[in-house]
Ligand binder design. Structure first.
Ligand code: OOG
Ligand code: NI
Length: 301
């Protein structure tokens, strides 16, 4: 039986294919996983979640962006706040377990300096109505094109650099917009020897991948149920206004280990499903993972 291709499938496929082009680490990690016998083919990887970044201004931000995925049956879940980084975020649970969770964050633009606000608004004020409202969300190709199209004019290098000094997140979004920020390889279902973040990190480092070490290479939730790590973002050659080129942070890859919840500790291994594992996210982990695109991480040797 052929499974029908849904608009959500088209959107996911479009996101992943552009992301793989932009982030050579993705295929390199998958190849290394195949070469070590963890998986036979890329489709064997379970994608724990994907993440997007947005700007909290009228017509944009989470309030606009979420309409796409709510339409496809995603449900809005917990709220997170990141004081120092001036961010808010929500996660969304998928309509069916084989789709990834989605983590969407938003910059609290009103909390930035007047100059940073002026720069951001000079771009975002080109958006005069919510762009998602004019999309046909049942047309996956149209939504895919929307997610990869510029929402505002190409930024100048000097605006980018001014934003970077105050908010690395702001600079990232002003250039990268809705490009996929990362996808996340679930490690807990991989073969023994690779099925913890600690072991998977060792494998990654053996293959020369650089890990975000902000707060330590392993980020662990206080309940011990969610362990995460990530690569440092790959650099991309960005073309700014007037053709000026500059190397900036693009996207990265994350790794997640969701442990079996204590109440299911006695379940036999072959009966463990998604619902038996730690779900959701963790603000303390996320706070450090954001830094995967920050110059403090990308500038390390
Ligand atoms: C998202 C960082 C947080 C997680 O899984 O907690 C995150 C970002 O860098 O935009 O991905
Ligand atoms: Ni993540």
């Amino acid at each position: 039986m052929n499974t029908p291709i849904t608009p959500l499938d088209t959107v996911m496929h479009g996101l992943m294919s552009r992301y793989q082009e932009r982030v050579p680490d993705v295929m390199a990690i998958i190849q290394a996983m195949i070469s070590e016998g963890m998986i036979d083919k890329p489709e064997d990887i379970e994608n724990d979640h994907i993440a997007f970044r947005t700007l909290g201004v009228p017509h944009l931000g989470i309030a606009s962006f979420e309409k796409i995925f709510l339409h496809y049956g995603y449900r809005k879940r917990d709220y997170y706040h990141f004081e120092g980084k001036k961010l808010d975020a929500y996660w969304f649970s998928p309509p069916e377990p084989h789709y990834p969770r989605i983590f969407v964050s938003e910059l609290r633009v009103g909390d930035l300096s007047e100059e940073a606000q002026r720069i951001i608004h000079s771009y975002t004020r080109e958006v005069t109505s919510d762009p998602v409202d004019s999309l046909d969300l049942d047309n996956g190709a149209e939504v895919d094109a929307f997610l990869h199209q510029p929402l505002w004019r190409t930024p100048t290098l000097s605006d980018y650099q001014t934003l970077l000094k105050e908010s690395e997140y702001a600079a990232w979004v002003i250039y990268n917009r809705y490009y996929l920020n990362h996808f996340t390889i679930s490690v807990h279902n991989l073969p023994a020897g690779f099925n913890t973040v600690a072991e998977f990190n060792a494998f990654l480092e053996r293959h020369g991948f650089k890990l975000n070490d902000s707060g330590g290479k392993i980020k662990e939730s206080p309940d011990g149920g969610l362990l995460q790590s990530s690569t440092v973002a790959q650099m991309i050659e960005a073309e700014f206004d007037e053709g000026r080129k500059h190397t900036i942070s693009g996207s990265y890859v994350e790794f997640a280990e969701r442990r079996v919840l204590p109440e299911f500790a006695d379940l036999p291994a072959d009966q463990i499903q998604h619902k038996h594992r730690r779900d959701g996210f963790e603000a303390g982990n996320a706070d450090k993972i954001f830094e995967s695109t920050y110059t403090t991480q990308t500038g390390k040797n």
